[in-house]
Design a protein around this ligand. Structure first.
Ligand code: PMP
Length: 370
């Protein structure tokens, strides 16, 4: 088999997560803290928009870069929020699609990409698969932007800095001050920034600043999956300042020969989604955040998450996070070991996107294992 499988597949390791899911399959009614999606369903009016689009026959390919009206609506939003006058927009198959197209368009073998550790798994594997080199900068234990280490990590091969705020897996939101400082570092070395803001609406203590507001050499990625609980609809977008338009053109070219376009009836529904107010969900999720933080912080070391729906908790002393996760799973609580998102194996990720009742039960069990 080895002979037929391409070498690049060996650069991807999905075994960490698979192990958890294999263990999960053996459990009857687990407390599932492993899920990376909201526990509410797509709001009814948005479902209606999708159904309407399907019934109206809007089921064919859209333009490669996305439905013109949706792109226009995204442009207006970006103009208003970011202040770019004529942003270039590409509608993608989720932020995942945007990340793949961006890295494919930008990375040559040997190019270095700076990634704060812990990180969303996909960055590492995509960069590796394309022959790039991930340069991880440790952000433990506070998970703020490690600005000094980022500066030190820059070499002549550095091309991109990736930021993700609110962050998966830590839930940390970078402050305006940190974001501005990063913009300054990137500007000094003329580097590109990719900002993954898929959790931008899940922001609990004030606003989540975007580096796009301070730095034009930024690829801004936002999604519909988490905000409107439509992870299966596969929608996201990438937008850039007009001076980077060529990047969007190259990404569109690759989309043409890979994804072709994002799912077209859902692009129609996405227009309505952009006008849909999710603040009630955010209130509910803020309460869940409080529940998990107050329930665990006297027994475990954890930074109070400011956004997303994750908490990144230090495993008790005396063993690795993987060992602790195995113990938690044996006690019916599914969590993900930190080494899936990190070069370290000291923490575990909790997703609190589940019912308050399950959160309470999970807290009790984890406290018993502390
Ligand atoms: N970025 C981050 C940080 C994520 O957590 C996820 C989903 N887990 C994605 C991107 C990809 O999301 P999607 O492709 O559904 O838009």
């Amino acid at each position: 088999m080895k002979k037929i499988i391409a070498d690049r597949t060996s650069k991807i390791d999905a075994s960490g997560i698979r192990k958890v899911f294999a263990l999960a399959a053996t459990l009857k009614d687990p407390i599932n803290f492993s899920i990376g999606q909201p526990d509410f369903d797509v709001p009814e009016p948005l479902k209606e928009e999708a159904i309407k689009a399907i019934k109206a026959g809007q089921n064919k390919y859209s333009q490669t870069a996305g439905d013109a009206l949706l792109k226009e609506k995204i442009s207006e939003l970006v103009k208003k929020e970011i202040g770019w006058d004529r942003p270039a927009v590409l509608v993608t198959s989720g932020v995942s699609g945007g990340l793949l197209l961006a890295f494919m368009s930008l990375i040559n073998p040997g190019d270095e990409v700076i990634i704060p550790d812990p990180y969303f798994v996909m960055y590492k594997h995509l960069v590796n698969m394309l022959g790039g080199r991930c340069v991880f900068v440790d952000s433990y234990p506070a998970f703020q932007l490690p600005l000094e280490q980022i500066s030190k990590a820059i070499t002549s091969r550095t091309k991109i800095i990736v930021v993700n705020s609110p962050c998966n897996p830590t839930g940390v939101v970078y402050s305006e001050e940190q974001i501005k400082a990063l913009a300054k570092i990137a500007a000094e070395k003329d580097l590109l920034v990719i900002t993954d803001e898929i959790y931008d609406k899940f922001c609990y203590d004030g606003s989540c600043p975007s580096i796009a507001n301070y730095y034009d050499k930024t690829l801004l990625m936002r999604g519909f999956s988490k905000t409107y609980a439509m992870t299966g609809w596969r929608l996201g977008y990438v937008t850039v300042h007009e001076s980077l338009q060529d990047i969007i053109e190259q990404m569109t070219k690759i989309q043409q020969y890979t994804f072709v376009c994002a799912p077209s009836p859902f692009q129609k529904a996405a227009m309505a989604a952009l006008d849909y107010d999710v603040s009630d969900f955010v209130v509910v999720y803020r309460k869940k955040r409080d529940l998990i933080f107050e329930g665990l912080s006297d027994k475990f070391e954890l930074v109070k998450p400011g956004g997303a729906f994750y908490a990144f908790v230090k495993a008790p002393a005396g063993g690795s996070a993987t060992e602790f996760v195995e113990k938690a799973i044996a006690n019916n609580v599914l969590v993900i070991p930190g080494n899936v998102f990190s070069e370290k194996d000291t923490h575990f990720r909790i997703s609190y996107a589940t019912s308050d009742e399950k959160i309470q039960q999970g807290i009790e069990i984890l406290r018993g294992l502390a």
